[in-house]
Design a protein around this ligand. Structure first.
Ligand code: PHE
Length: 455
């Protein structure tokens, strides 16, 4: 059993928690969660989402950390080595490859959206110095989407920020970045929440919208979206958490750190909802059917009217940019670790090449918002929506399915018991084991079958 990884190690348990929370908390929590909740009717969707976190997300999170820490390599090689050790086929490494491909695809469009947040942060920043504000937010957002050059620029700036950190390595890059950025993120979020709770009188309505379930809104599509969101928001199924687990000390308790990260991520999503919806409602906008423009159109409308709206807007888009940054680092890291293992190139060269290719791939998403807007790839979806659909709703759950089967059935119980630790009451281990053996795979299969229209 290896105790260190060739890529580096987190200096403490806290460093892992910050990095993994940084990976989990991202655009998925602050941009995507509020708007898909808004599109899917509020409370009932939130309930299904929370059930998915508990029944699939948490057990898979523990499995990924465990596989990573036991293998101490990139997901492909950790899975391959552990499979060989347990007398199973090397082909399990292929699951790691699906993950790396999904991560790469996600990075390509994630960075485009992160570029929007940088653009908005910059926009509010210039307003501090007297530049004119956003008079018509819908027009401003539409203008941004219609301008491939501007989006390409900010997408590029964001990719440079990401690769800058990854190229510097685990201790000097990733750990140093999250130690500064995560406290900043929590501080900004707290300020925004306090504002929403005290300065608007719509907090109660937002709570009702988020937590009162209307079950008539549920169908297979909504459940599938909730499941895809649970995977996406916890960074599962693509090897980010597995890779981060490879750098975690053998002394740390996996159930404890895994639970902390899952709770922090879920907490941030709910707090983001509670910080955003009161403002949307207080300014007379509907919380329903927001769409991807929810925070880029509705919120700036409110900011324009609010006392200190410019400062508030700047803080909000800074928060989003920081959250996106610590996530995109974790999207680039697994592929980087894999190619460092597979080739003779240095971490720096590998990271640079991968980021450049992801940036180029992102240009297709940029163009699908304007020039190729009418080109549908899958169903009614343009390229960017198709990439998001394939990666989040299909590849992540599929890889998650295999990871659950691997952790529950392929890996010997001696290994998993040793990794998850014996310091816990027996039901923790048994509970985890049956969730990954039966509940998680079954739920994923049922949702897939439902979506394919089998019942
Ligand atoms: N969890 C991140 C978010 O919620 C996105 C992400 C997905 C990051 C997969 C890494 C891996 O924004």
């Amino acid at each position: 059993m290896k105790t260190t990884s060739i890529h580096g190690m987190w200096s403490s348990r806290m460093a892992f928690i910050l990095a993994a929370t940084g990976s989990a908390v991202g655009l998925g929590n602050i941009w995507r969660f509020p708007y898909i909740t808004s599109e899917n009717g509020g409370g009932a969707f939130v309930l299904v989402y929370l059930a998915c976190i508990l029944l699939m997300g948490l057990p898979l999170m523990l499995s990924e950390i465990m596989i990573g820490r036991r293998g101490r390599m990139s997901p492909v090689n950790s899975l391959k080595n552990l499979a060989t050790e347990s007398g199973s086929a090397k082909a399990w490494g292929g699951v790691g490859l699906i993950g790396i491909a999904a991560g790469f695809l996600i990075l390509s469009f994630y960075s485009v959206v992160a570029g929007w947040t940088l653009y908005y942060a910059f926009h509010f920043f210039t307003q501090l110095f007297g530049a004119s504000g956003i008079a018509d937010p819908s027009a401003t957002f539409a203008e941004l989407l219609a301008n491939p050059g501007r989006m390409t620029f900010w997408h590029g700036v964001f990719m440079v920020l990401t690769v800058g950190v990854v190229a510097m390595g685990v201790e000097n890059g990733l750990e140093r970045a999250v130690r500064v950025l995560m406290p900043l993120l929590f501080l900004l979020l707290l300020i925004l929440l306090v504002y929403a709770a005290t300065a608007t009188d719509a907090f109660g309505q937002a709570v009702v919208f988020l937590f009162r379930p209307d079950f008539s809104r549920l169908d297979a599509g909504v459940v599938m979206t909730a499941m895809g969101q649970a995977f996406f928001t916890l960074s599962l199924g693509m090897g980010s958490i597995m890779t981060y687990g490879a750098y975690l000390s053998s002394q740390s308790s996996i159930p404890r750190v895994g639970l902390t990260v899952a709770l922090a991520d879920t907490g941030v999503a709910l707090i983001a909802g509670l910080a955003i919806f009161p403002i949307v409602i207080a300014y007379g906008l509907s919380p329903e059917g927001g769409g991807p423009g929810l925070i880029f159109e509705s919120l700036p409308l409110a900011f324009a009217d609010m006392p200190f709206g410019i400062v508030y807007g700047l803080m909000f888009f800074l928060l989003l940019s920081v959250a996106a940054w610590t996530s995109s680092i974790s999207l680039l890291e697994p592929g980087t670790a894999f190619f460092v293992e597979a080739t003779r190139f240095s971490r720096r060269s590998v990271a640079l090449v991968l980021a450049a290719v992801a940036w180029l791939a992102g240009l297709v998403s940029v163009l699908s918002l304007n020039v190729w807007q009418e080109v549908n790839v899958i169903g009614e979806r343009n390229f960017m929506e198709s990439a998001e659909y394939v990666a989040n709703d299909i590849m992540l759950p599929l890889a998650g399915l295999f990871i659950a089967i691997f952790a529950g059935w392929v890996l010997s119980k001696t290994v998993s018991r040793e990794e998850l630790g014996e310091r816990f009451p027996a039901w923790v281990y048994t509970g985890w084991l049956w969730l990954v053996r039966v509940a998680t795979p079954l739920l994923i299969l049922i949702v897939f079958a439902g979506k394919l229209g089998w019942f």
